[in-house]
Write a protein that binds this ligand. Structure first.
Ligand code: 6R9
Length: 645
């Protein structure tokens, strides 16, 4: 897919704001030239108990210090709930759609206020106060949102652990945060199957004696073990709690949450976000990038266990008084039409999902889409990994019927909110490009030595200056924060991603730079080759890694998942090699192609290339930690059929 395919704003897309390309450029220039003036204005998107007088106080050198709106005082829960009560108390804040299509719930802002206040009082009675850490290990049920907001109301720091994580992973996160309270559920439900959350928590808590309270939400009523000295039913505790709980006044730089994320080395890092800057940034990006309009239903399919769920299911939408949909289930249950049925059922206008889900649904063909109308959709979003043009086009043509702009949003747990994305209505898009930086964001592309590259170029993506949503530190490990993000390229935040900027100034994220391979002296993005492979009509998904090659330094090893029903043959293997040669050039021809019925993925859908690299290098003896995989059994099959023996 070349840079030539430019998709203008669809004619039917009426933006509420008449921002066009020129207005974007003008506003953008001002935002980076006068950050103090720009953010002083934008900071008003939230309500302050005590307004800030200082705006930006950040330093990317030395000990690295990042402060925004530092003398302002606010409360995130009050911004997401209380301030909407007068005008939209009876409006739905959260639509909950169960795993079972027969179950859904509407929660108004008034009900949200009551639930959150009661829970906050329960936590308070259990000794939780400002600055304490509370670990949340819940499925996608409204109580997850209540729990996060209840912590925010008290000024306690929430640490949400994705419900798919193992007991071991939970132990590490509880211990690192030294939480004394855990909020969980008896069981979760996903795709018709039960997830034994309480049983997992029981195993984990054997190693966490400091946890003195476990609040248990009854989701399924399934059999669970009970420790009366520690376990408390959520519904019983709330039954007697007062619904009056004034929000704690928080300094802008007081922590809001910790979220653990994996790096390329070591144990997961506790990414710390603070209150003021994070909330301003989440709210502003949600309003501008998703073009949110009053009364619309907005649906982000992420799990609240990931940053996307924090910023774009919860904080951004609720700060803006939106109706946000929370989905307990999976895209293919009861069948592959589920997403589109939910869109029709709740009249979703804005739909935000991940490329991996789009590719999985593409495999199923058009029939599931044809059973639904999707007339309510106005805007589509993508996040989590580079979207290959094939998936982008399918999303655009079939899901959105050519009517809806796509916002391909690039960002990270560390960035708190979206940094590079189209503003819908303002900019023509290109399939596979996240397009241009958001206001206040200064991307720079550098070479391996840190030299800034200008014009159309390719290199490592850094950000030259701070934005309000930036993480402030790694919890209890500031030296690791400085080392991980600011030591490689001094005075710049290093994203870990590779990036290309084309002649129109559009940014194309090429994948993590640790995925870059060097083949016979040519640098190649594995994402580029994957994109070429999946452009073939018989290929559903592909993952490409480098492996040691005697002559070329590195060879290209491709794991290919075929469309359902396609037979893997020697002939097809040759055809795919020729296909990639044709799409990119001879230097990109895969040396080895392995048929992969499935790829090892994290539970958030990211392909674990580290494992694929080991198998390709014939180093399967040292695979390292595979506990975060969605389906560890996939790996055994890949090892058995590896090509590089
Ligand atoms: C929000 C989120 C961050 C990494 C990031 C990059 C990849 C995310 C992307 C994208 C290309 C996009 N990534 N969005 N790559 N285009 N639109 O996913 O956070 O889980 O921390 O992952 O995901 O490689 O560095 P996180």
């Amino acid at each position: 897919m070349s840079d030539q395919s430019l998709f203008p704003v669809p004619p039917g897309f009426a933006g509420s704001k008449t921002i066009d390309a020129a207005a974007y450029e003008r506003l953008y220039r001002r935002s980076v030239e006068e950050p103090d003036a720009f953010w002083a204005e934008q900071g008003k998107i939230v309500d302050w108990i005590k307004p800030f007088t200082k705006v930006k106080n950040t330093q990317f050198t030395g000990d690295v210090s990042i402060k925004w709106f530092e003398d302002g005082v606010l409360n995130a829960s009050a911004n997401c709930i209380d301030r909407h009560l007068a005008t939209r108390g009876d409006q739905t804040a959260i639509i909950w759609e169960g795993d079972d299509p027969a179950q859904s719930r509407h929660i108004t802002y008034r009900e949200l206020h009551e639930q959150v206040s009661k829970l906050a009082n329960v936590l308070k009675a259990r000794g939780v106060k400002k600055g304490d850490r509370v670990t949340i290990y819940l499925p996608m049920i409204p109580e997850a949102a209540f729990a996060m907001l209840a912590c925010a109301r008290l000024g306690a720091i929430h640490s949400v652990v994705f419900g798919g994580f193992s007991p071991d992973s939970l132990v590490g996160r509880i211990q690192d945060a030294s939480s004394t309270v855990l909020i969980t559920a008896d069981e979760g439900v996903r795709g018709g199957r039960k997830v034994p959350l309480k049983a997992n928590a029981d195993v984990a808590l054997k190693s966490c004696p400091e946890v003195s309270t476990v609040l248990v939400v009854r989701r399924t009523g399934g059999q669970i073990a009970w420790d009366a000295s520690r376990d408390v039913w959520y519904h019983e505790a709330l039954a007697t709690a007062s619904a009056d709980c004034p929000p704690e006044p928080m300094g802008a730089e007081d922590p809001l949450f910790i979220l653990y994320t994996s790096g390329s080395t070591g144990k997961p890092k506790g990414v710390l976000h603070t209150t003021g800057g994070y909330l301003v940034y989440a709210a502003l990006t949600h309003r501008e990038i998703f073009d949110y309009r009053d009364g619309e239903v907005y649906w982000c399919t992420a799990d609240v266990g990931w940053v996307t769920g924090h910023s774009y299911i919860l904080y951004g939408p609720l700060a803006n008084g939106a109706t946000t949909l929370m989905f307990e289930g999976v895209p293919n249950y009861p069948d592959a039409a589920r997403f589109w049925q939910v869109v029709d059922k709740h009249k979703v206008s804005i739909f935000y999902t991940a490329p991996t889900a789009i590719r999985a649904l593409m495999r199923e063909g058009l029939e599931p889409l044809e059973r639904t109308s999707r007339q309510s959709l106005r805007l589509l979003g993508s996040v989590g990994e580079p979207i290959n043009p094939e998936a982008w086009l399918w999303y655009h043509e079939h899901v959105g019927a050519g009517r809806c702009p796509i916002v391909d949003t690039w960002w990270q747990t560390e960035t708190g909110g979206i940094l590079i994305s189209p503003l819908p209505g303002a900019i023509s898009t290109k399939p596979g490009s996240a397009t241009k930086p958001f206001f206040g964001v200064k991307p720079v592309i550098v070479d391996a030595e840190g030299k800034e590259l200008t014009g159309a170029t390719e290199g490592n993506l850094c950000i030259a200056d701070s934005w309000p949503g930036q993480m402030r530190t790694i919890f209890r490990d500031h030296p690791r924060f400085v080392e991980t993000y600011f030591s490689m390229y001094p005075a710049r935040y290093f994203t870990g991603d590779g990036c290309r900027r084309d002649e129109d100034g559009y940014y194309w994220i090429t994948g993590r730079v640790d995925d870059v391979i060097n083949v016979a002296g040519h640098r190649l993005g594995t994402a580029e080759i994957e994109s070429a492979l999946v452009a073939h009509e018989m290929v559903a998904e592909a993952a490409v890694v480098g492996y040691p090659h005697d002559v070329k330094g590195q060879g290209i090893y491709a794991y290919v998942t075929l469309m359902t029903g396609v037979e893997p043959t020697e002939e097809l293997r040759k055809e795919l090699v020729a296909w990639v040669r044709r799409e990119i050039g001879p230097i990109a021809s895969p040396d080895l192609i392995q048929w992969a019925p499935g790829l090892p993925k994290t539970r958030s859908g990211k392909i674990m290339r580290r494992i694929l690299r080991k198998i390709a290098a014939n180093e399967q003896g040292s695979l390292g930690d595979t506990s975060t995989l969605a389906d560890p059994a996939v790996v055994d099959g890949l090892i058995e059929n590896r090509m590089n023996r």
